[in-house]
Write a protein that binds this ligand. Structure first.
Ligand code: PMP
Length: 408
């Protein structure tokens, strides 16, 4: 571990504990990351000092909370390098952000248009588009993957046409850890006039994202996978597209004027933020981003590449292991595998690992179509964060040997 990350675990109180009488080895970071003490303390401070409702009050606490939430929005703007702070919409999470777009974009879609997603998507980047396709009678096309778990880009080229209105793909796959060629995907989609939504849920904690350099129309993520709180998400959208979309939900905060005859909507970003938001969560997302910045993406990428290489090298030594996307050109954050014995379910292995204090995810990872593509029901997934060490990987490997012995 490099010097700058040596003491990183000390920032995460939850990691310093025993689970099932063993020191916790937390390798389920793709599901959610742990929270540094700075985020935990900031949330406590908010409730102890300025808790009140935002954008409504004339009183001091309300104004302080509003200022802090808007500061956090600016922080997210800088984090993604968005042009305007009002291009950042606070949501409940990635799922909520995608549903917002799939609903709000309706006025820009007409019957017969087409949507492209990929075989690698999380259910939250599939189902909202199916809803839209049903409502507007659209065709949903799927970019297939090869045996390495990589998107077949020739097939993508073939699916694109001037009927394509939306391309929605993930930046990094949660199921296999494959990094998708989103730069290329975006350029090609724009050539046919389609909008592109990038699901960055698995990317934002692992690499610097620049929405302007990418020229993404929408980029979405969840705070809880970025060392921040649950129940908070971000939708970045280009101003001109957000302006022409319809509001997702109606209610307080998103209106300019309400009469029984007609309602007019608030300006961006509030048009898409109906109701009282997760104020504390939105505010402390800034603390999570600050934490990531104090380490810096250069160190994060260097460390996580090192961990990924070490994990692949060591896991591949295990007899009868199948590692998915092992030969994919770029993987990040997660490694998915199975033990190749008859009648062994991934959850059996997960159960034995848990008894050794090792937390991994097993099952379909909310990505059933990619499981089907590989002819499996699920995988065992170990996923990494800035605090993952080579010792954690050693424990995982030991745990798998034990599981093999017990299950054979
Ligand atoms: N997309 C991807 C790639 C994910 O990994 C996840 C979470 N596993 C989601 C979407 C959904 O995120 P959330 O549950 O935070 O809305």
């Amino acid at each position: 571990m490099t010097e700058d990350l040596k003491d990183i675990k000390n920032h995460f109180p939850i990691l310093n504990q025993f689970v099932n009488d063993r020191p916790l080895v937390y390798l389920d970071n793709a599901a959610t990351t742990q929270k540094p003490i700075s985020v935990i303390q900031a949330e406590e401070k908010y409730y102890k000092t300025i808790n009140s409702n935002v954008h409504r009050g004339i009183h001091t606490l309300s104004q302080l909370a509003t200022v802090e939430m808007e500061e956090s929005r600016k922080c997210v703007q800088q984090f993604l390098n968005a042009k305007k702070n009002y291009e950042i919409i606070f949501t409940k999470g990635t799922t909520d952000s995608i549903n917002l777009v799939a609903s709000g974009i309706e006025p820009l879609i007409k019957e017969g248009d087409e949507i492209i997603i990929s075989n690698l998507e999380h259910h939250s980047n599939i189902v909202p588009w199916q809803f839209l396709a049903e409502r507007k009678n659209l065709k949903l096309n799927v970019i297939p993957v090869d045996d390495n778990g990589e998107l077949i880009m020739d097939e993508y080229d073939r699916l694109l046409s001037n009927k394509t209105k939306i391309v929605a793909v993930n930046h990094i796959s949660n199921a296999l850890g494959v990094v998708n060629p989103i730069e290329d995907i975006i350029i090609k989609a724009h050539k046919v006039g389609a909008y592109v939504l990038i699901d960055g849920a698995q990317a934002v904690s692992h690499r610097k994202v620049d929405v302007q350099a990418l020229n993404a129309d929408f980029y979405v993520f969840s705070a809880h996978k970025l060392y921040g709180p649950t129940g908070v998400g971000v939708l970045y959208g280009k101003e001109e597209i957000l302006e022409s979309m319809k509001p997702y939900q109606g209610g307080g905060e998103m209106i300019k004027e309400v009469t029984f005859e007609k309602t007019t909507y608030a300006d961006l970003p509030f048009k898409f933020e109906a109701g009282t938001p997760n104020i504390a969560g939105n505010i402390v997302l800034k603390n999570a981003i600050d934490f990531v910045h104090t380490i810096g993406f250069k160190s994060i990428v260097r460390h996580e590449d090192d961990i990924m290489k070490y994990a692949k090298e060591n896991l591949s030594q295990i007899d009868n292991i199948i590692i998915y996307a092992q030969n994919a050109q770029h993987t990040s954050g997660a490694i998915s595998f199975n033990l190749n014995f008859e009648n062994i379910h991934s959850s059996d292995v997960g159960f034995i690992l848990d008894k050794q204090g090792i937390a991994v995810r097993t099952g379909h990872h909310c990505a059933q179509p990619i499981m089907k593509r590989f002819g499996i029901k699920g995988t065992i997934r170990a996923s990494f964060a800035i605090y993952t060490t080579k010792e954690d990987i050693d424990q995982l490997v030991k745990g798998i040997y034990l599981a093999q012995k017990m299950l054979k």
